[in-house]
Design a protein around this ligand. Sequence first.
Ligand SMILES: [Zn+2]
Length: 355
Amino acid sequence: MKSSKEQHKNRRMELPRDVVVGHGAINDTGKVCKDLKLNGNAIIIAGSSTLRAAGKTVQVVLEDSGFNVDVAIVKEPTMDEVAKVENLSREIKPSFLLGVGGGKSIDIAKLASMHLDIPFISVPTAASHDGIVSSRASIIKDKTTVSETAHTPLAVIADTAIIILAPYRLLASGCGDLISNYTAVRDWELAHRVRGEPFSEYSSIISKMTAKILIESAETIKPGIEESAWTVMKALVASGVAMSIAGSSRPASGSEHKFSHALNEMAPNPALHGEQCGVGTIMMMYLHGGNWQEIRNALMVIGAPTSANELKIKEEYIIQALLHAHRIRPERYTILGTGLTQEAAENVASITKVI
Ligand SMILES: [Zn+2]
């Protein structure tokens, strides 16, 4: 039997084959698909508004390139919606799927394509989180959101002219998700030292560098400026590559993500994933003894929330989430260890000005 060290060396890295980011990139969809030697039938998976924003254009462009295209309109990313796409696929027999949307459609396309054993292409209409590039699908199962293993997209086509038209809050949220790489990597290093967890130097450096570049570019990220969508999308792609190299979400998801998931369970009206992760990063950086002020300042400059008030979440839920966070995905060791005390939770939240 191989030692765990040898197995670690055998790991597979699944990366996208083609990444197109830029103004009008969506018009290259046909060419990208042909270059990837795709042919025949395709299904576009989109929400009703993302179909209008981008899906229709994707359909026309693909049809002009000789593809037969069907459309599946989806709502929430549930297993029922995944099954709906799979049933349609059994009828139409597509050679690939396209997820067109802010995240939900992409998650559904990702998981359905995995089950159907066909490739999928990610066409994000917003840059609100790193799921648009990664191999993990966030799906609602029995009323809770779970992260399912799926395939990395065969290609990512991100049209910055479309992404910049999405509400700015989504782009700012994407920045929060990226900045969280800082504490995620610290947690990973800690787990490596304390628990001997496999660690990838390359992956961690890419992940940290991505967050660093984003923080250094904070001043340039503004509503209505297409260059901002470009900056954030490039960072999301780099973060996705870091996850592909690691073969897990470890380089981009640590204690701050546990806090965000805990908030989703506790708070009646949670904020956006990246917004919560950004606030989580401020607090977890404090726990790590790092420069939490730098994180807070960057989020403020970008215009992302830095407090309970700005998240529109009551302070008591912040504390409850801090106390509960270590129970989320307990096998993933982080700075939260076996949990914070009430006093420690109140301290971290108040010192970092979250409450
Ligand atoms: Zn995330």
